[in-house]
Design a protein around this ligand. Structure first.
Ligand code: FES
Ligand code: FES
Length: 177
């Protein structure tokens, strides 16, 4: 993603606030935030979108993955001010008109989750992967999701879930939704 973390961090000072305009799941928000507020905190605490999880807070687990302008990003590793003017998609925005996104359907049908803690981030990362590579091999899926950790499933059914979604999205090119 074309966000320069160091440059953005250097432009904010502690104890300062900034007003940002960000579109989250299609809804435009104008918010005044502490310049050092993490994006994951903004989503969870300010917008109450608690489907984005915090697993490690150190950019390792991927539980906090969202899409920023269509690209997967770990929201514990971004400041809210860094998404000023951008589009963010969280797990709450996947269902449209009461219809699950093909990736959500895949995780359900192929039993791609157990405790579900990693699942929102895993699904957003999968959507990012499929947008770049609509028909990935098993190896490409495993590599594509290597930034997202799951403590429960052993990944086999997660791979099947992504394969299910890839097939469904090819059958219905607009994403099956
Ligand atoms: S909480 Fe962000 S990568 Fe783990
Ligand atoms: S389903 Fe439990 S961590 Fe992935």
């Amino acid at each position: 993603m074309a966000i320069d973390v160091e440059e953005a961090a250097s432009t904010v000072s502690s104890n300062s606030t900034r007003t940002i305009h960000v579109t989250v799941n299609g809804v435009r928000h104008r918010s005044t935030v502490d310049a050092r507020m993490l994006l994951v905190s903004y989503l969870r605490e300010r917008l109450r979108l608690t489907g984005t999880h915090i697993g490690c807070d150190t950019a390792h687990c991927g539980a906090c993955t969202v899409l920023v302008d269509g690209v997967p990003a770990k929201s514990c590793n971004l400041l809210a001010v860094m998404v000023d003017g951008r589009n963010v998609l969280t797990v709450e925005g996947l269902e449209t008109g009461g219809k699950l996104h093909p990736v959500q359907e895949g995780f359900t049908k192929e039993h791609g989750l157990q405790c579900g803690y990693c699942t929102p981030g895993m699904m957003l990362a999968s959507i990012g992967l499929l947008s770049k590579n609509p028909n990935p091999t098993e190896d490409e899926i495993r590599r594509g999701l290597s930034g997202n950790l799951c403590r429960c499933t052993g990944y086999v059914n997660i791979v099947k879930a992504v394969q299910y979604a890839a097939k469904k999205m090819q059958e219905t090119p607009k994403g099956g939704a």
